[in-house]
Design a protein around this ligand. Structure first.
Ligand SMILES: [Zn+2]
Length: 94
């Protein structure tokens, strides 16, 4: 599935609800899911990781929909490798 298709699907599924919840609360949910991802990373449980990555991606798409941001275009920032040095792999000093 393309990023744009995923975002559009999330919009059809949740945008009305996301608008009622509003931007600050939707952002809070994204942060909450990041916390759950953090716990899944520490647990090392593969099923939890799959689930939490999905949830973070979904809440990020909801937030982008509320901000009228096209994540496909956002991803374009990295389409040619590192946006700073322009290399693949990145050759910026660590
Ligand atoms: Zn770089």
């Amino acid at each position: 599935m393309e990023i744009r298709d995923f975002q559009e699907l999330l919009g059809r599924t949740f945008l009305d609800r996301d608008r009622r919840r509003g931007l600050p609360e939707t952002f809070a949910w994204l942060v909450e899911e990041m916390g759950e991802l953090s716990r899944a990373l520490r647990s090392g449980d593969r099923d939890s990781l799959d689930e939490e990555f999905a949830d973070v991606l979904a809440w990020l798409a909801s937030l982008a929909n509320l901000c009228d941001i096209d994540l496909q275009e956002s991803a374009g920032k990295y389409a040619h490798g590192c946006p700073r040095c322009g290399s693949i792999p990145c050759s910026c000093p660590e």
